[in-house]
Design a binder for this molecule. Structure first.
Ligand SMILES: Nc1ncnc2c1ncn2[C@@H]1O[C@H](COP(=O)(O)OP(=O)(O)OP(=O)(O)O)[C@@H](O)[C@H]1O
Ligand SMILES: [Mg+2]
Length: 256
């Protein structure tokens, strides 16, 4: 039995398909997705624009219903959003009128003040925003705003985190930093993470496994096991091999 098979299944997709009615026609977006994500696993969903990645996250997040098939978390079918699971989008999710501290504390209003303060401080430290507690989003850089977004998600101790191209708006250097930060935090917290990207390098740098989708209607083309220790050597032959395989699956030649 493989190591993964011994781990507990956290999220399962069984024969998930999704079609939308669009101006009288039917648009098939996802077709027969089967996938099991282990507890504490970091999985990237990689595929071309429009193949249904965000739709799949919306389905597992409980915001959309599949047309066919089902999704379970801890063996329970997903039927709507659940506060134990959070989304991280690009930076636009944070409130401009609230300080970094207040943005992060938003999901903790039900907790006693002392507990709330302890959690906010801990997550602020975790994402490297100490000293910026009272800053407003307009006073923060893009990368710092994204840290607020990540901290707000972590503050509620989610068991599953859905990330939809969370670093897409950042410059390439900040993206690199944020990737290693998210890995450091994940190694500490061990949440299950489903991370959407269409960036091949990003997926190899962070994921345990990469689910590669076909163009719409999105089907699973292949699931690629990364199998490299963190921190990863981006110049290693193994890295290059995985990269070639992913480009091949995506039907792109990257050799010039
Ligand atoms: N609520 C909706 N109603 C109708 N069509 C939708 C809806 N949501 C998504 N779609 C369609 O489903 C397809 C997949 O969209 P989705 O946003 O899931 O793609 P994606 O893989 O996340 O793309 P990108 O990488 O560009 O973000 C698109 O053609 C889109 O027009
Ligand atoms: Mg998308």
């Amino acid at each position: 039995m493989s190591e993964r098979a011994k781990q507990r299944a956290k999220v399962t997709f069984e024969g998930v398909s999704k079609s939308f009615d669009q101006r009288g026609g039917i648009l098939d977006v996802l077709e027969d997705i089967d996938l099991t994500v282990a507890d504490g696993e970091f999985v990237c969903l990689l595929g071309p624009s429009g193949c249904g990645k965000s739709t799949l996250l919306n389905i597992v997040g409980g915001f959309e219903r599949p047309t066919a098939g089902r999704v379970t978390i801890d063996g329970v079918e997903v039927e709507g959003p659940d506060a134990r699971r959070v989304f991280v989008f690009q930076e636009y999710g944070i409130f401009p009128w609230a300080s970094a501290w207040d943005n992060i504390a938003l999901g903790l209003r039900h907790l006693p003040r002392s507990e709330r303060e302890e959690i906010v401080q801990r997550t602020i430290d975790m994402v490297g925003l100490s000293g910026f507690e009272s800053a407003y989003p307009m006073e923060l850089s893009g990368g710092m705003k994204q840290r607020v977004e990540v901290a707000r998600a972590l503050a509620v101790s989610p068991d599953v985190i859905y990330m939809d191209e969370p670093f897409g708006a950042l410059d390439s250097l900040t993206r690199l930093t944020m990737r290693s930060e998210i890995i450091r935090i994940w190694q500490q917290e061990r949440n299950t993470i489903l991370f959407v990207t269409h960036d091949v390098d990003e997926s190899i740098q962070i994921a345990d496994r990469i689910v590669v989708f076909t163009p719409r209607p999105g089907r699973v083309a292949e699931i690629v096991e990364v199998g490299l220790e963190h921190p990863r050597d981006l110049g290693s032959p193994e890295y290059g091999e995985i990269k070639n395989r992913l480009y091949e699956l995506l039907g792109v030649r990257h050799v010039i």
